[in-house]
Design a protein around this ligand. Structure first.
Ligand SMILES: NC(=O)c1ccc[n+]([C@@H]2O[C@H](COP(=O)([O-])OP(=O)(O)OC[C@H]3O[C@@H](n4cnc5c(N)ncnc54)[C@H](O)[C@@H]3O)[C@@H](O)[C@H]2O)c1
Length: 96
């Protein structure tokens, strides 16, 4: 029983560093986690679904629930898209 049972959290930049640690701890506490990460290089260029996907695999491996999202949160449409997703019928089945 965790303190976040039944809750959904969206964590941006959760593929690495402090965001990753937050994602893992929220999952340990029972939250369903949307793991957002652009997956760029250290210099800010590029993008990859790798880092977010690896954290999702880690959470699922410990029995938790998570989905990956690779949108750029500095982009209005990217951030707005997933933040609205749980309330749209087509997204409910994948984003809770
Ligand atoms: N206050 C504190 O004690 C403290 C401690 C640690 C880190 N921080 C701050 O937290 C931030 C993260 O630090 P970190 O060491 O975890 O960095 P990090 O580089 O290890 O991780 C950041 C992640 O964010 C992702 N990202 C970057 N831009 C993005 C975007 N537009 N959309 C989606 N994902 C994006 C990157 O791909 C990366 O995986 C920094 O600003 C750092 O200064 C503060």
């Amino acid at each position: 029983m965790g303190i976040c049972d039944g809750r959904v959290v969206v964590i941006t930049g959760a593929g690495r560093g402090i965001g990753r640690e937050h994602a893992l701890e929220f999952a340990r506490q029972g939250a369903k986690v949307v793991v957002n990460d652009l997956g760029g290089e250290m210099d800010g260029t590029g993008s990859s679904t790798g880092p977010a996907g690896e954290v999702v695999d880690e959470i699922r491996g410990m029995g938790g629930e998570a989905v990956a999202n690779g949108d750029d949160v500095s982009d209005w449409d990217g951030a707005g898209g997933w933040s609205r997703a749980p309330s749209t019928p087509s997204a409910r089945s994948t984003c809770w």
